[in-house]
Design a protein around this ligand. Structure first.
Ligand SMILES: Cc1ncc(C[n+]2csc(CCOP(=O)(O)OP(=O)(O)O)c2C)c(N)n1
Ligand SMILES: CC(=O)[C@@H](O)[C@H](O)COP(=O)(O)O
Ligand SMILES: [Mg+2]
Length: 637
């Protein structure tokens, strides 16, 4: 009987690669062929869905060289942030599952220890890799496993994060062997900012990289290393001159050897220098120069757009994206409101932490360059910086994703809340962000922000509210926060009631019960109430504020023994529903009438936001079901 002819796999090398350790025996030519296959997979992926693209294209050769030189089932590898993990996943046994990446139940778009022993930490927030690598090295030494080498790969955008310098400070003192690969592609998501960026530019232009270093090192290397004190002094001077000539003094002064910059797309060269790093004692920083988007010309020419581009079709080298229809997202309304505020009040500034593109602030950056600040991936600094500006009478807006704002927790406490400074926090991506998964879902801000005194916290239920809330926030003499999700904004015909701090807005009244929605969940609340018309008479409240919560609304909604369903796109622990309960208890109301609908106290995986919300009954149908249960429970008494 003839056997079915197996189709030739489109990527024969990746398909046959069962373990990354096979790379070490591959020739330079074969590794180059693997790189071609990886780039083809990445381009095919982007034909199907939005994903991280330019960053992954830029680390293909670096990833192959690392896995060719180290055995990362024994050695330790941490990719900072983790958005550039796709090549690593493709060569560590996940090629066959790769088409599922960033879809519900599929591979995660970031490192995931549940998928592979090659992934040590699930990450998505930038900056922590050097710290965890120092910890891994320290632990392996204490556990007498010195043979396990440690490597952290960190991008130039993540590198200025404060925590990185905390780690370098510690690594330099511990003096333990480890390799820090600085992947310098001159880009964060947008063009990188800050003095560290300028320093890296100078390093890229130093004699070494322009090819003169070889001559300089040859001359200096003829100086004897050891001998009498004079010679030793000369030897130290030689090292100093080399480091000074060749850059890297910032690291050398911290007792971290600096090597580079080297071409990050030349696999044999990378392997040679990684071997040198392995032979160098103490912490080493290998400065690698790459091109973000390397291998796909449109992405290399526009790495900002191609950081996470929408799905696109390549037509003869020209990417053609599908036009996005539908209602503008809350982020657009927020950006427009910020622009209007800056136009009407010269005291208003806006501060982003390397998310100008995600916050859609490019037009604001162009129009108000003196009052637009991109501080880099430095959220803690961003908040304290805002507090400083505020102290002088400026009105700073801190425009940071809910999940990334967690990095600034102590500065929100000490520099803003305790000082009672009127900083405005615009918490974008507050809620389930979808394909980015648990590292990016902004589901804790309701709880973590409402703990602090002086803060007024609000959330728009529909588009027209956002500019009104920002105006109210800027008029308020205390710190405020406004949260909104990565979602298209509900457009209500309804004329918004004026924003009054601590006051809700009744959208409709009901005889049987009320849904009290905080923020964008108002859309699902209205849809659910309308679905129940004729069966149950259900009111809807646009809560608007979690702090101060509208105590009159709480009392009024529970009057007459009617049920209440509270609704929020955030964790059930300490969120809006908890605040509602607290108010009801304090007012001596019957809390048995209350049902809290929120996200569970567990991490929510990646997937389409609508699907994820529906899984948690945070959909119109889910809310209908909960209202029916609540009505039944109340009728039983
Ligand atoms: C704490 C934190 N802030 C912001 C982000 C958003 N973010 C993801 S990747 C990125 C740029 C990273 O630049 P770089 O480290 O140079 O990596 P590249 O994309 O250039 O490879 C940013 C700002 C994040 N992931 N974590
Ligand atoms: C890796 C990272 O953190 C960013 O690229 C993030 O994924 C951007 O998220 P948005 O696409 O929601 O702006
Ligand atoms: Mg970069």
């Amino acid at each position: 009987m003839s056997h079915p002819i197996e189709p030739t796999p489109r990527h024969p090398l990746l398909a046959s690669l069962s373990d990354a350790r096979e790379l070490s025996a591959m020739s330079a030519e074969t590794l180059a062929d693997v790189a071609v296959e990886i780039r083809d997979v990445l381009c095919n992926l982007l034909a199907t869905r939005t994903a991280h693209f330019a960053s992954n294209l830029g680390v293909v050769e670096l990833c192959l060289a690392l896995h060719a030189e180290f055995d990362f089932l024994t050695d330790r590898l941490i990719w900072d942030t983790g958005h550039q993990i796709y090549p690593h996943k493709l060569i560590t046994g996940r090629y066959s599952q790769f088409e599922s990446i960033r879809t519900r139940g599929g591979l995660m778009g970031y490192p995931n220890p549940h998928e592979s022993d090659y992934d040590l930490f699930m990450t998505g927030h930038a900056g922590s890799s050097v710290s965890t690598a120092v910890g891994l090295r320290s632990g392996d030494i204490l556990r007498d496993q010195r043979e396990r080498r440690t490597v952290a790969v960190i991008g130039d955008g993540a590198f200025p994060s404060g925590i990185v310098f905390e780690a370098l400070n510690n690594a330099g003192e511990l003096g333990q062997d480890m390799t820090i690969v600085l992947n310098d592609n001159k880009m964060s998501i947008c063009h990188r900012t800050g003095a560290v960026a300028s320093y890296l530019d100078r390093l890229r232009n130093n004699p070494f990289y322009t090819g003169l270093k070889t001559e300089v090192v040859r001359l200096l290397d003829h100086v004897p290393m050891f001998g009498d004190p004079a010679e030793r002094l000369l030897a130290q001077m030689k090292e100093g001159v080399k480091a000074g000539l060749l850059g890297g003094m910032l690291f050398e002064e911290l007792d971290i050897r600096y090597i580079g910059p080297i071409d990050g797309h030349n696999i044999p060269l990378l392997r040679k220098y990684l071997q040198l790093c392995k032979e160098t004692s103490g912490p080493v920083l290998l400065h690698v120069v790459t091109e973000k988007g390397h291998g796909y010309k449109p992405a290399a020419e526009d790495p900002v757009f191609f950081h996470t581009p929408p799905a696109f079709e390549d037509r003869g080298g020209t990417p053609v994206t599908r036009r996005s229809e539908g209602r503008p997202p809350y982020t657009t309304h927020a950006r427009d409101a910020i622009g209007e505020a800056m136009k009407s009040d010269p005291r208003v500034t806006v501060i982003t932490a390397a998310m100008c593109q995600g916050n859609k602030l490019e037009p604001v950056r162009e129009k108000f360059p003196d009052r637009f600040f991109d501080v880099g991936i430095c959220e803690s600094h961003a908040v304290a910086f805002a507090a400083g500006q505020c102290k002088t009478g400026m009105r700073p807006i801190v425009d940071i994703y809910s999940t990334f704002l967690q990095r600034s927790y102590d500065q929100i406490f000490q520099e803003v809340s305790l000082q009672d400074l009127p900083v405005v926090f615009m918490m974008d991506r507050a809620g389930l962000t979808g394909p980015d998964g648990p590292t990016h879902h902004g589901v804790y801000d309701i709880g973590y922000m409402r703990l602090f005194p002086n803060l007024a916290l609000m959330a728009p239920g529909y588009a027209a509210e956002l500019p009104l809330m920002l105006q109210a926030a800027l008029a308020h003499l205390h710190p405020t926060g406004i949260r909104y999700p990565k979602a298209s904004a509900l457009e209500l015909k309804h004329v918004p009631a004026p924003i009054e701090i601590g006051k809700s807005e009744w959208i409709r009244h009901g005889e049987d019960g009320t849904i009290v929605a905080y923020g964008a969940m108002l859309e699902q609340a209205i849809a659910a109430a309308e679905k129940l018309d004729g069966e149950l008479s259900v009111g809807v409240v646009n809560a608007r504020f979690v702090k101060p919560i509208d105590h009159d609304m709480v009392r009024h909604s529970l009057e007459g023994g009617k049920f209440v369903v509270t609704l929020e796109e955030g964790t059930i622990v300490g969120g809006f529903g908890s605040a509602f309960l607290e108010s009801a208890v304090d007012q001596g109301l019957d809390t048995r009438l209350i049902r809290r609908l929120a996200l569970p106290d567990e991490f929510i995986e990646h997937g389409d936001r609508t699907d994820l919300l529906s899984d948690q009954h945070l959909s119109a149908d889910g809310i209908v079901g909960v209202c029916r249960q609540s009505a039944a429970r109340v009728s039983v008494g």
